[in-house]
Design a protein around this ligand. Sequence first.
Ligand code: 8GT
Length: 138
Amino acid sequence: MTIPVACAVILADQKVLAVRRSKDMPLSGYWEFPGGKVEVGEIPESCIVREIGEELGIRIRVLASLPNNTHAMTSGKSILLIPFLAAVEAGEIKLYEHDQLSWLGQSELFEVNWAPADIAVVKYLEENWDDLIVQFSK
Ligand SMILES: Nc1nc2c([nH]c(=O)n2[C@@H]2O[C@H](COP(=O)(O)OP(=O)(O)OP(=O)(O)O)[C@@H](O)[C@H]2O)c(=O)[nH]1
């Protein structure tokens, strides 16, 4: 079974937002891009706007879609991670589900312990930083 999960690489001041999964979440202690499962009948773009509203209390604007990454979990399930580059449109970030946040620049990307499915996305960001983060920050 493959579970589609949309996540947001939220950028501000040439940094990206990482959040840490809290004690009562599966994969607790791992860092991830905020987001969640795409519901039946929902498109990933709507899912990510909804999830970020629920998890961080902000409205985001989707800027671009990034390459998807399929990751096999030990349970036999696979996660299809669907990342979007996004900017904050309105509101102040508040953590409703996660217990920590960190804004990471290019050289800080690997300072946190990423959920395994996110590593390919983080590598893609690192390799394409100037084309993505610097360009979209202008
Ligand atoms: N949101 C998010 N989930 C990720 C990422 N990487 C990753 O492996 N996952 C996994 O994908 C699944 C998404 O679950 P979630 O708990 O965030 O989604 P949700 O809000 O829809 O959960 P729910 O089932 O409680 O409604 C989890 O198994 C989570 O560990 C990521 O970068 N962002």
